[in-house]
Design a protein around this ligand. Structure first.
Ligand code: E4P
Length: 224
């Protein structure tokens, strides 16, 4: 089970990796736009410094043409490092770029997945991660969990090493369902992951334990 954060905000990433078992960072051009870094590659290198080589960094190409996507992937790998996962949308052109990059031994995260057949195509190309867009699929009136569960079964039956990294989340329930239906990983905004701890009962339990301790031993007697 992998928790990944979907942001390029440096403070958010630092805070998230300090507090939670985060194993990677993803983004797309729209997410990058929210932070609007002056120098994209310098910013990505700062993210790598924060997360280290032990966590995964997924960076998306921007072109619509396969040759340009491959050229962008090469630039990303040169400017950041050769361990970056290249996020490629599973369009017809994207599939061609995915095939080329996999043949070169590049790590690929197949993204913009709305449909099971799109996911199967990416799977057959042996990508490393497949990112179904949970919230966006739901908004189209389809069932994202149906996609995740079928894809997860197919990966297991055929023995692929590909992981499902469910993406596009607006709430914790979507994240939980994704894991329960077979996602190996999720990538979510930090605000969504922090909602897991926003239950006031947790704070109340901690307060009660705290009060009972000091009622027993007095205000100035802690454990340390
Ligand atoms: C993953 O990296 C996706 O690009 C991202 O989760 C999409 O999220 P959105 O549907 O909130 O734009």
């Amino acid at each position: 089970m992998e928790f990944i954060v979907d942001t390029v905000n440096l403070e958010e990433i630092k805070d998230a990796v300090d507090h939670m078992p985060i194993v990677g960072v993803t983004s797309n051009p729209s997410i990058v736009k929210q932070t609007n870094p002056e120098n994209f590659f310098e910013h990505m290198r700062k993210i790598r410094e924060i997360i280290g080589m032990e966590r995964s960094l997924h960076v998306q190409v921007i072109s619509k043409n396969s040759d340009e996507m491959v050229a962008e992937a090469h630039r990303i790998l040169k400017e950041i490092d050769d361990q970056v996962y290249i996020k490629v949308p599973v369009s017809y052109e994207g599939m061609k770029a995915i095939k080329t990059l996999k043949a070169e031994g590049v790590k690929v995260t197949a993204t913009a997945v709305y449909d099971l057949m799109q996911a199967y195509m990416a799977l057959a190309a042996n990508v490393d991660y497949i990112a179904p867009y949970v919230n966006r699929i739901g908004n189209l009136g389809a069932d994202p969990m149906d996609l995740i569960s079928n894809l997860s079964d197919r990966i297991a039956v055929d023995g692929y090493n590909t992981k499902i990294v469910a993406a596009s989340f607006k709430g914790v329930q979507q994240v939980r369902d994704s894991f329960n239906f077979g996602a190996h990983a999720i990538t979510a905004p930090v605000a969504v992951l922090k909602q897991i701890f926003a239950n006031p009962n947790i704070e109340k339990a901690v307060d009660d334990f705290n009060k009972d301790w000091y009622a027993m031993y007095g205000e100035n007697v802690g454990i340390c």
